[in-house]
Design a protein around this ligand. Sequence first.
Ligand code: NAP
Ligand code: ZN
Ligand code: ZN
Length: 349
Amino acid sequence: MIKALGYGNTAATAPLERMEIDRRDPGPKDVRIDILYCGICHSDLHTARNEWHGTTYPCIPGHEIVGRVTAVGAEVKGFKVGDMAGVGCMVDSCRSCSECKDDLEQFCAKGAVFTYNSPDAHLGGMTYGGYTNVVVVDEAFVLKVPAGLDPAGAAPLLCAGITTYSPLRHWGAGPGKKVGVVGLGGLGHMGVKLAHAMGAHVVLFTTSAGKTADAKRLGADEVVLSKDEAAMKAHAGSFHFILDTVAAPHSLDAYTTLLRRDGTLCLVGAPEYPHPSPTVFNLIFGRKSIAGSLIGGIKETQEMLDFCAETGLTADIETIPVQKVNEAYERMLKSDVKYRFVIDMSSLK
Ligand code: NAP
Ligand code: ZN
Ligand code: ZN
């Protein structure tokens, strides 16, 4: 057993604090990663505070993990000691259902094993995420972090990156396509960067007037303040695809109105309470769709990391010591982050 350190909480209303945890010794197919950086995703906050009503405590969040390989099992083929490695939202799945065989482990029929708050088949209890100094993961769920990527800036790619890359690819973002991104947070800013890199015409919708200049710098061709009704109306019926990353309930009609015929509004934001029921007429006049998307499979996550290395893309981050996590959560709720907090794990002692 490996004695490790983590930063988690023991109840929905309790702050996160230092705790001692066990990690399994690496088995034949396992990779041991000493964590350098872990991004803070809004899902970490939803889970730590039991906003999705399924958290088991103690809870140690974190699924945007980058670190150095420090040990490998005898049968590991893809990694060696010293490699830079990443772990995202999943650490295992059944590997035999049709979803797993289609490289869509996130939809595993038996339920993917998520990086935190999933039953841990090895040690019992629940899995602990990346707000820790060590993690041990089967190599099938470990990503290669390309040498050209800054390790801290690459950490958010493991969730925010793949969660936006996958639907943008699935719905064909690229040259000649008008793509909207709603919300300039961790996911949204990666959505803007990736859609721009794919060659789409990108429009960012924000509630924060102060983010306009940044959005343009990040790759948005246009920025619309979603509270400005006239500005919204000017885009009516024009979008092929809109990716909604907002972490709070809001009217979807504002965005289905902006879709052109056969356009899709894809929700990735996962607020605690549902959005108001959408107006059906907005959908039937124009054969429009409201869809959802969940992270992406392991193969596509590697493809996304390689795409980011080729195009020189990483997240815009603010690095913090682990002791500032609770403060970072409060700031994230106020949209006061540019545009992802990343924990420097050397601070966890
Ligand atoms: P985040 O950094 O907090 O960004 C959310 C953004 O939404 C904010 O920056 C803000 O952008 C906008 N926003 C916040 N409150 C709003 C409100 N009341 N009305 C309108 N806009 C509002 O969060 P994140 O880490 O990007 O995560 C976003 C959501 O995606 C969370 O619910 C998270 O759990 C979910 N998520 C889903 C997946 C998936 O696989 N589907 C994966 C990861 C995360 P502006 O200031 O620009 O308006
Ligand atoms: Zn996440
Ligand atoms: Zn499966």
